[in-house]
Design a protein around this ligand. Structure first.
Ligand code: GRF
Length: 201
């Protein structure tokens, strides 16, 4: 069983998809042992509480540097026995120490087809650029933001009438399908890295 810490800053719909999968799929192979948020009072924490999962708030402003914040996040994940960290809408960048402590054991989900549209405004940027397809990427986290090896991607078509809200809704539907599937494969040892390429078995 892979014990995971889920890092979330907001609504936590991906966290919910993971928790739902964990509850319904006996072969999931992963268990959320703690939810960590940098913001108090967010819905993600309510979802953790409702599922009986411990949660911790680690505020960025309570730490003097990004390094100190990162140490606190890693130490909390480790204290709960997590062997991997899953970022699900976590809006803080961790320093390189996180990747050193959890090498190829941090996953992130991004609402675009990386390397297109990295950053926090991926959905708006894709719409403004005028692409006809965008989508979702799950990747391993490395030292650079939105850069690590791609594990899986799902395409979402852009409609002419889309607003950021309508496109976000369809992207999130894809996220909720894709992330639990990837976590299951990762937890069951079905992902292998060859350089930047992730090989599924
Ligand atoms: C998702 O769209 C994810 O791609 C991005 O942040 C959003 C989090 O949504 N990194 P939620 O908190 O899981 O609802």
């Amino acid at each position: 069983m892979l014990e995971i810490a889920v890092l979330a800053s907001g609504s936590g719909t991906n966290l919910q998809a993971i928790l739902d999968r964990q509850r319904h799929d006996p072969d999931f192979g992963a268990r959320v042992v703690v939810v960590i948020s940098d913001r108090p009072g967010v819905p993600a924490l309510g979802r953790a509480g409702a599922a009986g999962v411990p949660f911790e708030v680690i505020e960025f402003g309570d730490h003097s540097t990004r390094e100190a914040f990162t140490k606190a996040v890693c130490a909390t994940a480790e204290a709960f026995g997590a062997g991997a960290m899953v970022m699900a809408g976590f809006m803080r960048i961790l320093s390189s120490e996180a990747v050193e402590r959890f090498p190829s054991r941090i996953l992130n989900i991004h609402p675009a087809l990386l390397p297109a549209f990295p950053g926090a405004r991926a959905i708006e940027d894709a719409l403004e650029y005028g692409v006809k397809v965008t989508g979702v990427t799950v990747h391993f986290v490395d030292q650079d933001v939105d850069h690590g090896p791609v594990i899986a991607q799902e395409i979402v078509k852009v409609d002419q009438a889309d607003t950021p809200e309508t496109l976000r809704r369809r992207i999130q539907e894809a996220e909720h399908r894709l992330y639990p599937r990837v976590i299951k494969a990762f937890a069951n040892g079905r992902l292998r890295l060859e350089g930047r390429r992730v090989i599924w078995s």
